[in-house]
Design a protein around this ligand. Structure first.
Ligand code: GDP
Length: 195
């Protein structure tokens, strides 16, 4: 999708704050620092529209970005930031669970994992959760520019092996630095949102 207009419609916590335009939504989830803001900024062709993590784990809101008045990209606050208290983590969990399980406009979830490392325990928990609720998922292996090209196939096959419900159609490698994978991610979003 060629993006000209993007607007942060609302930072929401509770369902009554979610926007009511009725556009299809794609949520983005991943641990703090995985490269989620960079992915969003790459998709919408902005340098620093979505926040990049100066203070990882700090913002605990769902940020709804209206893209071209066609769809929302929903930035879900990152998980796994060590300094977050249990109370805040529980609050985060309730907010995410409510959004991911009770939002009819949600058409798919992009789950980010760091392509340089094995998925973490929390990454696998998140993927299991999404799978359990039968949400369509695209898993994106980020920062692939840091991995030599000769190892890309290995990264893909070992990730697919570790997460049984992933296959070639719902896994892609990505780099915000050189834009590897940008078109595949958009193609998936367009398919899921009927564009
Ligand atoms: P977030 O916390 O998930 O939103 O992560 P950010 O997008 O803020 O990225 C965290 C750090 O990783 C920043 O220093 C980014 O510059 C860096 N980063 C993000 N994406 C990439 C990428 O594709 N390649 C490289 N080399 N670094 C990246």
């Amino acid at each position: 999708m060629k993006v000209h207009n993007v607007e942060l419609t609302i930072s929401a916590v509770r369902p009554e704050q979610y926007p009511d335009e009725g556009f299809p939504e794609i949520a983005l989830v991943g641990r703090s620092n995985v490269g989620k803001s960079s992915l969003i900024n790459t998709l919408i062709e902005r340098k620093s529209y979505a926040r990049t993590s100066g203070q990882p784990g700090k913002t605990q809101t769902l940020n709804f970005y209206n893209v071209e008045s066609k769809l929302f990209l929903v930035d879900v606050p990152g998980y796994g930031y060590a300094k977050v208290s249990k109370k805040e983590r529980d609050k985060w969990g309730r907010m995410i669970e409510t959004y991911l399980t009770k939002r009819p406009s949600l058409k798919g979830v992009i789950s980010l994992i760091d392509a340089r490392h094995d998925p973490t325990e929390l990454d696998i928990q998140m993927l299991d959760f999404l799978h359990y609720y039968q949400l369509p998922v695209l898993t994106v292996g980020t920062k692939i520019d840091k991995v030599p090209r000769s190892k890309w196939n290995k990264v893909t096959s070992s990730t697919l092996k570790k997460i049984s419900f992933l296959n070639e159609d719902n896994f892609t490698l990505f780099s915000a630095t050189d834009k590897t994978g940008k078109d595949s991610v958009w193609a998936w979003i367009e398919k899921m949102t009927g564009q």
